[in-house]
Design a protein around this ligand. Structure first.
Ligand code: 5AD
Ligand code: SF4
Length: 455
């Protein structure tokens, strides 16, 4: 694929005054990636990133529709934006999955919004901005274009030492609770050659760690540069050969798409980090079936066993939904038992929320809110205990940490252990971007404290 300039790029002889662009990102890492790419697309128009909405010339809310709480936030934030817009002219755009799912409703409820765009059309932002600036009504673009946006995006700009690389988007699994197949559309995998190119450019820009992103990332499959067909394990092996790329991760996976080669890669590719986010959602076969997860409890347990055989120090994370329609006390106990049996390094748990248009939203055997609250507290309590135990067990060990950010305190840097634990250490700014050996001196609920091993 030949990288093309984004449509609407400014001609070189036009001098532009910097305009301020504020993007507020909700939801998953895919949205974080999309926000960065939207900033890339708008840079040729003179938009430079700003860190607040006040005083910005353009504000984009990049929204999340996964749970009710997430989508409600958008409408309250829009109320705040309206006040800002009354004080100072600005272009207000709503992007992401709420825009995709509720585009018309946004324009009806918030007519002061200038642009509504879905996750598949942001390469056309320059055109939309031009149309919005000419006034005469809002611009709505929530198509699923035949040509993927990736063919039209400018090269990504490497910022920092850890980067995301979007390899796959959309999902064909249709879990009955999930809006993703509707908001992000059918599964689409980017070609291997273009991913390898993008990874090489990121590494040339100073990136040491790449996280491959996809809504169902291990469903990735692509035409290989050598003419064959690759799956994710093979892509990871090819990425690991890039000089200077020290760490590879991928998220989020579906248990059914963990194939033999990907499992083997965990044992064979040293750059593939020993941490895997592998959502299971429930430990009850009955609920897994109602969720259309297409696997049972024992399939998940066996899969974890195989992964741990391939990579004995693999740490696991997961997602759980409590209070799915029809979930009994016994079903929930099965989930708690599964959490105990596996032992997670961390995990996320959510109360089920009915999403419009999904099959589970039609099931009438709802779990009362108070029961959901109790189950959520129990699941989160157990997960927190396990995370604390995992972090405490790190104390005394020496581990390699990629120092990718400044800490809150002056003279402190923050990094990630191979197992995704945030690690704080006193170190000078000159160590930013380095992978250093740190001795872990303490493990807390969500982080570790380290000191330089040879200091
Ligand atoms: N209700 C609650 N949680 C949900 N998730 C997805 N859809 C819903 C829903 N309707 C959770 C799943 C998924 C994570 C990203 O969000 O656990 O893995
Ligand atoms: Fe949603 Fe993940 Fe299920 Fe796809 S596999 S439908 S993204 S929960």
């Amino acid at each position: 694929m030949t990288p093309r300039r984004a449509a609407g790029s400014a001609p070189k002889d036009v001098v532009m005054v910097a305009k301020r662009l504020f993007i507020k990102t909700y939801g998953c890492q895919m949205n974080v990636y999309d926000s960065a790419r939207m900033a890339d697309v708008l840079a040729p128009l003179g938009y430079a990133p700003a860190d607040r909405a006040e005083g910005a010339d353009m504000v984009i809310l990049n929204t999340c529709h996964i749970r009710e709480k997430a989508s409600e936030k958008v409408f309250s934030e829009l109320g705040r934006m309206r006040l800002l817009k009354e004080q100072r002219p600005m272009i207000l755009a709503v992007a992401g999955c709420v825009a995709q799912a509720e585009g018309e409703e946004i324009l009806a409820r918030a007519p002061f919004v200038d642009i509504v765009l879905g996750p598949q059309t942001y390469h056309r932002l320059p055109e939309m901005v031009a149309r919005a600036s000419r006034a005469g009504g809002a611009v709505l673009d929530i198509e699923f274009p035949a040509e993927p946006k990736f063919d039209h995006l400018p090269d990504p700009v490497a910022a920092g030492s850890a980067a995301f690389l979007s390899v796959q988007e959309g999902c064909d699994r249709f879990c009955t609770f999930c809006v993703v197949p509707y908001t992000r559309g059918a599964e689409y995998s980017r070609p291997a050659a273009s991913l390898l190119d993008e990874a090489r450019r990121l590494v040339a820009g100073g990136v040491r760690e790449i996280t491959l992103l996809g809504q169902n990332v291990n469903a990735w499959h692509g035409d290989a540069p050598d003419g064959g067909a690759w799956r994710l394990g093979r892509l990871i092996r090819a990425l690991a050969e890039i000089d200077g790329l020290s760490r590879i991760r991928y998220t989020t996976s579906h248990p059914r798409d963990m194939d033999d080669d990907l499992i083997a890669a965990h044992g064979e590719v040293p750059a593939l980090m020993p941490f895997l986010h592998l959502p299971v959602q429930s430990g009850s076969d009955r609920i897994l079936d109602a969720m259309n997860r297409q696997h049972g409890r024992s399939d998940y347990l066996k899969l974890v066993e195989r992964l741990r055989r391939a990579r004995p120090d693999l740490a696991l994370s997961s997602d759980f939904i409590v209070g799915f329609p029809g979930e009994s006390d016994g079903d929930f106990e099965d989930t708690m038992a599964l959490i105990r049996e596996i032992g997670f390094a961390q995990a996320y748990s959510f109360k089920y929320s009915a999403r419009p248009g999904t099959p589970a939203a039609l099931i009438e055997t709802r779990v009362p809110e108070a029961v959901k609250d109790q189950r959520l507290a129990a699941a989160q309590g157990l997960i927190a205990e396990q995370a604390l135990a995992f972090n405490r067990a790190s104390a005394g060990r020496v581990m390699s940490v990629l120092l990718d950010r400044r800490g809150k305190r002056k003279g402190q840097l923050l990094g990630r252990s191979p197992w995704m634990q945030p690690v704080h250490v006193d170190a000078p700014d000159s160590a930013l971007g380095a992978i250093v050996d740190l001795r872990i001196v303490a493990g807390y609920a969500n982080s570790l404290a380290g000191e330089r091993a040879n200091a």
